[in-house]
Design a protein around this ligand. Structure first.
Ligand SMILES: [Fe+2]
Ligand SMILES: [Fe+2]
Length: 139
């Protein structure tokens, strides 16, 4: 999962780079589609599978507080991504870059939090084999 974060971060930098160059508008929208697909799958895996498992493990029927926080992060990220996309469709490059950089910062923070808080918890009780099964069912 940390590897996937690194891939997402790198792909987003490519999106931002393509945004900076008006000639690369087609490339930018292709990269954005690729990014969105990967992000939505990653979030689905966390929201539908990983987060409920962690909450249950910690003894919560509903979301544990640390999970509620991560879910809020996801909502904010999707909002920032939509703002970026909107600005791009309006062909407002300046606004696109501001929104895209806000997204970048929020995403980096979120990944840091997951790798320091949520992932280490799940690492303690989800085995490598179970992970492989989960990944197979999603991807
Ligand atoms: Fe996440
Ligand atoms: Fe994640």
């Amino acid at each position: 999962m940390n590897k996937e974060h690194a891939q997402l971060d790198e792909l987003w930098l490519n999106v931002l780079q393509a945004y900076e160059d008006i000639e690369k508008a087609v490339k930018a929208s292709e990269l954005l589609d690729e990014y969105k697909k990967m992000l939505l799958l990653h979030m689905k895996l966390e929201d539908d599978y990983l987060f409920p498992r962690i909450s249950l493990h910690l003894g919560f029927e509903d979301d544990a507080p640390l999970i509620a926080r991560a879910r809020d992060d996801h909502k904010i990220l999707l909002k920032l991504l939509a703002l970026t996309e909107e600005a791009f469709l309006e062909q407002n490059i300046e606004k696109t870059l501001v929104a895209g950089n806000n997204f970048k910062q929020a995403s980096i923070k979120h990944h840091e939090r997951e790798s320091e808080i949520q992932y280490p918890v799940s690492d303690k009780f989800i085995s490598e084999e179970e992970w492989q099964e989960i990944l197979k069912s999603i991807y």
